[in-house]
Design a protein around this ligand. Sequence first.
Ligand code: HAM
Length: 418
Amino acid sequence: MRYQAPRGTQDVLPPEAQTWLDIETTFREVSRLYGYGEVRTPTFEDLGLFVRSSGETSEIVTKQMYEFTDKGGRQVALKPEGTAPVIRALIEHNLCGPGSICRLSYVTPIFRYERPQKGRLRESHQLGLELIGSDSPAADSEIIEMTAAFYKKIGLAEIVVKINSIGRSECRAAYGAAVLQTAETWLRDQDEETRARAAKNPLRMLDSKDPALQDALSGAPAVLEYLEPDSAERFDRLQECLGAAEVTFQVDPRIVRGLDYYTETVFEVQSTQLGAQSALCGGGRYDNLVRELGGPDLPAVGVAMGIERALIVMGLEPGAYRRNPLDVYVVAASPDQVPAAGALVRSLRSAGMSATWDLDKKTLKAQLKQADRLQAAFAAILGEEEAAARQISVRDMKSSEQHRVSDSEIISFLKPRL
Ligand code: HAM
């Protein structure tokens, strides 16, 4: 019997695992620069936490949750998202007292029983940020600014930040009624369950990928027309803050998001390189969740960015950041050069460069082939001629360009080129 990774999951292997590490490191660096502290929560939680937070009408809860009863008879679920567990931890450990602001980040796997396709997995990974304790539009702007800064750092240029406001619950009730009315003809042909779900949360229909429903809703009014005056003013201020932070954005009234906890600001970053699954990330404000989960009355805003989707776009954008899995492969062109090659490997590593070499006394050609296979950025070749001149030949493995560098300058030559 041969086993395979379960459907909708994937193994991350070298050299791609290095890119994952680089993405996570970049995210942690952005988080640190903005003063966010990392939280690690368990892989599974009480089922009720997600039912309470994500919402009983969300697809994530109704259809996609990996839930089970453990051997002690407890109902638990693998986390389908990171926000509710972070808020549960914040409340449990009293991380944020009244009047204070708490900035948290996380890197987590999430589990959703979805139909797998490109960019949609059953186990995927999120980089998340949550800012708890401020209801200022400047907080929403900070989260969006960080998100844009992260994508810029990993080299994604073809992105669009789309923002919207879904207001407070009064606005959503009035707007929901208008959406229901617009979709009336379509709803008449649907089953009982779909109609009940639509009646409970009409805005969810706007998020549907069903073309017939999208067609039916094409004449629906924009939620922005239904905003209470204070929400509209808040949304204007957010746009001012984003302008001051030099974040380019578009207002898109169709962004509503698939989780129940959102209030006021919602946003997504989309890539022009992705198709229907164009959301690289999603987030928004959730001013009632901390209280609803039994904590103090604290407003909050956050985002989660999918690592797999970022990787897809990195593969599509030629300018995107991608580091070679190995910095230098050291080649000993003749057996006499083996001791010097060993010494060079060690000094490169001490200088912070990844380096390896041939352990099996292969030919020069075989060693260069190995350098290529390992996707080394450079090969450093030590031969008789080079040794006599106290030099090393450095070959750029991508361009095949070769330089002679004096052996005392090899580190200062390579470092800035990596
Ligand atoms: P979400 O929109 O459900 O929001 O997920 C955020 C991001 O996670 C998506 O834009 C996508 O990049 C990635 N993602 C979600 N599901 C999958 C999947 N099945 N396969 C691949 N990638 C996926 C949330 O999870 C909220 N907790 C975001 C948030 C944080 N809101 C406030 N704070």
